[in-house]
Write a protein that binds this ligand. Sequence first.
Ligand code: NAP
Length: 340
Amino acid sequence: MRLQANALIDNTLQLTARAAYLAKITHASELPRLCRHYASLPAPPLVLGSGSNVVFCHDYPGLVLQFTSQKIRLLCSDTEYVTVRVGAGLNWHALVRWCLSMGYHGLENLALIPGKVGAAPIQNIGAYGVELATFVVAVGVFDTQQQSYTALPAKACNFGYRDSRFKAEPGRWLITHVDLQLRRHAQPEISYPALRNCLATDHPQPKQIFDSVVKLRRRRLPDPRLIPNVGSFFKNPVTSQEFAEDLRRELPDLSSFPMANGQCKLAAAQLIEECGLRGYSEGRVMVSNQHALVITATNGANGSEVVALARTIRERVFRRWRVRLDPEPRLIGADWSEIW
Ligand code: NAP
């Protein structure tokens, strides 16, 4: 383990923020002692992956943990499936590439999602009609309440649309590894029109899907290494069918997608764009010209400026469409419920 006091925290918005303590953890067994030792700090331990889904509005007065394990272990295998255990510190896209090279299928649509494996279950990452929950067998965690390790089976993770138990109980669970069951025989998911249109065939190989998703994402989204951002800033709102029908009277080409629970998902980017906010800027922060769901920052911007712009977007969308937007990244030092 490596421990540093008053350490700068990496984050893809490139906001300047420091942690009271930053610990890089090699073995999960180091956690109980560490959590006990720093229990009196004014904030609970915070796990950080690559900082691609977090906005720091101030320094973090507690212990920030980063898991370094990038191990992949084969747990079991038969003619249909393989189950692998993946360390929380592995880069998500590296895992997708490794699975592709091994002939383990299912994750292709999730290529190029930024972040580490340990962060993936928190928001149940999803893209192009595929979500992580489909593949999760269990999530290995350290429970800071019980001070013990456990493996939560997928059912106990309460996965929902970009949602999970880990989001609902912030600070309680420190994710150490994820067990995934992958297919030996590919089942291509190409229902999203953008993806289908990008493919030259109706029966693509996993590699073709992977390549198309990478191409689409590179075209659609600003690269955080060049333009600081945290990807989608807002979740797509979920409303009743009746509400969506009402809205369609005002916005005839409204994109809405029925969900399994009878509700309806709207495209947040469209609602923002229709308010004329694509490319809108406030000082050093801006709604990306490439994708209206992305907020970008220029060097020197701070987290409060990012949240202030998010607030403007939320107010404009609510005033225009009566739809409430909620942020996808974690906001450290800003309470979204207070903002309402
Ligand atoms: P898009 O094709 O412009 O569509 C806009 C939204 O409509 C998407 O967010 C998607 O919801 C929804 N959608 C489109 N076709 C759908 C279908 N056939 N069934 C159900 N829902 C549908 O989307 P985009 O912005 O270019 O993004 C493409 C994919 O990449 C999406 O899945 C999106 O979630 C993902 N993405 C993720 C991030 C991130 O940072 N996490 C950033 C950008 C894009 P869903 O989002 O529920 O799929």
